[in-house]
Design a protein around this ligand. Structure first.
Ligand SMILES: [Zn+2]
Length: 87
């Protein structure tokens, strides 16, 4: 879901500790709502087609399909502060 941004919405970008721009988390929040967007890493076209076909036919990994973003203590504290404002 793409967040609908308001004038009061703040955006915070968290880059993974591995410093890859393929691992980015964007937290957009205002007084009421908080959107957490995870950047999807671009894959080569054949891999995307294969993933799409696999998804259509319900093929899943035993572990599910996940990507991770590693946040160090400083970034984690920043994320916690943003989330605590939402309470
Ligand atoms: Zn990473």
């Amino acid at each position: 879901m793409v967040p609908i941004f308001s004038k009061n919405m703040s955006n915070n970008l968290f880059v993974c500790e591995c410093n890859s721009y393929e691992h980015i988390l964007i937290v957009s929040s205002d007084e009421e709502l908080c959107y957490i967007s995870i950047h999807l890493a671009p894959l080569p076209i054949l891999k995307r087609i294969w993933n799409g076909i696999s998804y259509i036919f319900g093929k899943r990994s035993n572990y599910g399909n996940f990507e991770e973003i590693i946040l160090g203590p400083e970034k984690l504290n920043e994320l916690i502060k943003i989330l605590q404002k939402q309470q």
